[in-house]
Design a protein around this ligand. Structure first.
Ligand code: NAP
Ligand code: ZN
Length: 349
């Protein structure tokens, strides 16, 4: 076994404590990655607090991982020692079902293995990237293009791909009117990526506090959802709405903003149900959809797209001892726009 230092919660309410975890010995197709940076995703919080179902403690979150390959298994062909690499939300899948064959491992019919909170094919409970190293099979590792620094590459591994994938799938392009609901980690990436794809982008945020930032990120319009006038003014106007909000919001109000044949894609994942009236959908042939991260091939495509278009997240790099405070700020919608843990500070008290 390979030992790693990590920050874990031992209870649903935290706090984080320094601990040691074990990574498996390298199998022939495994790579050992020294983690340099790990992004903080709101999913880390939902998961660690048991909002999506029971988890095992100690629990090490983190699925936005950027680092350097330090060792490779005997049959590894894709990576070499020294390569700059990333790992996102998945570390394995069956590799045999129709979706794995299509490169959509996130929809694996036998269930993909999450980077944390899953039991892997070796029977080990997976622990995430708030740690000094990780062992991952080469097929679930992506290459970070030279043009991207590791700290800004980290959030792309979840926030980037989770927004890129539905924008591609539902055809973000010139002439398309797209709204992004919630300007947090995912939301701000959605704005940058949709803008780079040529769409007309509107931000729907709770308040106008981040308006200047939002327009700077590439949005064409910005509205506050706390103002009832917003819903009157924008009724029936969008081809696509990407909801990135981590809490329950009134779906029927947002569906009313879709044009005929428009789609509202929910990537935000609150644990509460989001009730939908059928008459929010029927008269305009609207769709209400969901989307999960993106496949490995598409994740590589997204990284290359971001490098080519000079798209990077706005980040606040923090020391490992400040994770609890960063989580509180994420929960208070006080993030501009992704916290990234500098893993070299792991041992600092
Ligand atoms: P985040 O940084 O906390 O952003 C969420 C944003 O939603 C906030 O910044 C805020 O934006 C808005 N918001 C929060 N609470 C709200 C409320 N009560 N009412 C209205 N708006 C509210 O979170 P994130 O990391 O981007 O993740 C967002 C969600 O996506 C989480 O639920 C996460 O689990 C989920 N997720 C899903 C996938 C997937 O594969 N589908 C992948 C990753 C994450 P404003 O201040 O602008 O209003
Ligand atoms: Zn995430």
């Amino acid at each position: 076994m390979i030992s790693a230092n990590a920050r874990a919660v031992f209870h649903s309410e935290g706090p984080f404590k320094l601990t040691e975890i074990e990574r498996r010995d390298l199998q022939p197709h495994d790579v050992l990655i020294e983690i340099k940076y790990a992004g903080i995703c709101h999913s880390d919080i939902h998961s660690a607090r048991g909002e999506w179902g029971p988890v095992q403690y100690p629990f090490v979150p983190g699925h936005e991982i950027a680092g350097i390959v330090t060792r490779v298994g005997s049959e590894v062909t894709k990576y070499a020692v020294g390569d700059r690499v990333g790992v996102g939300c998945m570390v394995d899948s069956c590799g045999e079902c129709v979706h794995c064959h299509r490169g959509e491992e996130q929809y694996c019919l036998n269930g993909m293995t999450g980077t944390y909170g899953s039991v892997d094919r070796y029977g080990q409970y997976t622990q995430g990237g708030y740690s000094t190293c990780i062992v991952v099979t080469e097929d679930f590792v992506v290459k970070i293009p030279d043009g991207l620094e590791l700290d800004v590459a980290a959030p792309l591994l979840c926030a980037g791909i989770t927004t890129y994938s539905p924008l591609r799938h539902w055809g973000a392009a010139p002439g398309k009117k797209i709204a992004v609901v919630g300007l947090g980690g995912l939301g701000h990436m959605a704005v940058k990526i949709a803008h780079a794809m040529g769409a007309e982008v509107t931000i729907l945020s709770q308040t106008l506090k981040k308006k200047e930032d939002g327009l700077q990120l590439g949005a064409d319009h910005y509205y506050a959802t706390s103002d009832p006038e917003t819903f009157k003014k924008l009724a029936g106007s969008f081809d696509l709405i990407l909801n990135t909000v981590s809490a329950k919001i009134d779906m029927n109000a947002y569906l009313s903003l879709l044009a005929v044949d428009g789609t509202l894609v929910n990537v935000g994942a609150p644990s509460e149900p989001l009730p939908v009236q059928v008459f929010s959908l029927i008269p305009q042939r609207r769709s209400f959809a969901g989307s999960s991260i993106g496949g490995i091939r598409e994740t590589q495509e997204m990284l290359d797209f971001c490098a080519e278009h000079n798209i990077t997240p706005e980040i606040e790099v923090i020391s490992a001892k400040l994770i609890d405070e960063a989580w509180e700020r994420v929960l208070a919608s006080d993030v501009r726009y992704r916290f990234v843990i500098d893993i070299s500070t792991m041992m600092n008290e």
